[in-house]
Design a protein. Structure first.
Length: 265
């Protein structure tokens, strides 16, 4: 009997794959408004970071001899995604993207605060991004690694010896090993005694984001200033404010016209 053989056609083109998340990264956890808009949110977030990094990061003064080297470096960066300032990394969870920051001058918390401060005064720049959470560092999702990283970040923040109100924001996605109570205890174990829990009006927040086998932590002062970094709510507040201002201007104009009419009569 003649056996029919199926031909397999293999494409020579390599599929571009976003690298997977690992420990020791700094950057941002970006959530999209839905799982279907993840790719759009990824592009918006990277474009947003690129736009503000150009204006916030000081540029080097190049000599004539350095210009050629600088051009060669920029070409190399375009070819190698690992050298890009902002690099999307897969989290394995729909609607959640991690964007790594490859620039020591861009401290995740302060850089994001600068962005949100400007956005609060200007028109919305994104439509598919829901929230952007600053991540100072990632680690393995184990209690010992989480405690060690939390201690490191707390010491870096130089905590005040005076009474400080704080809160822990804990989110766990697809990890059944880590329990919330145990994790929060590990994260807060090295806080000074002057730190007191205040869930309503915290002065600083410890953000703990667990997704599968990775944990991301940040120590963020004044976390509530920009709607907990919810860019959708910030955009809505901006639009509402502008609408109120325009409405107020129209009412003032009507009153002024009415007053002028009475004076002329």
């Amino acid at each position: 009997k003649n056996k029919k053989t199926k031909k397999k056609f293999i494409s020579n083109k390599r599929q571009k794959r976003t690298p997977n998340l690992y420990s020791g990264l700094s950057g941002y956890l970006v959530t999209s408004i839905s799982s279907h808009t993840e790719s759009f949110a990824r592009t918006e977030a990277v474009n947003l970071f690129d736009e503000y990094s150009e204006s916030l990061v000081p540029k080097r003064d190049l000599k004539d001899d350095d210009i050629e080297s600088e051009i060669a470096l920029q070409i190399a960066e375009l070819k190698d995604s690992k050298n890009k300032t902002f690099r999307p990394i897969e989290t394995g969870i729909k609607g959640v993207i991690f964007v790594e920051v490859n620039n020591a001058l861009l401290e995740p918390v302060e850089f994001l605060r600068s962005i949100f401060l400007d956005i609060s005064k200007t028109a919305p720049k994104t439509t598919h991004v829901c929230r952007i959470i600053p991540i100072q560092k990632t680690c393995k999702a184990s209690l010992s690694d989480i405690e060690a990283l939390a201690k490191e970040l707390i010491e870096m923040s130089k905590p005040s010896k005076t009474t400080t109100k704080f809160r822990v924001i804990y989110r766990n996605r697809f990890n059944q090993t880590i329990k919330s109570a145990e994790c929060i205890e590990a994260v807060t174990r090295h806080l000074p005694d002057s730190y007191k829990v205040d869930l309503e009006n915290p002065e600083t927040v410890l953000v703990v984001e667990i997704f599968k086998t990775t944990c991301a932590i940040s120590h963020v002062p004044n976390y509530n200033d920009f709607f907990e970094f919810n860019i959708q709510n910030l955009n809505q507040a901006h639009l509402s404010t502008n609408t109120s201002i325009k409405k107020g201007d129209k009412e003032s104009e009507k009153e002024e016209q009415k007053s002028n009419g009475e004076e002329n009569s």
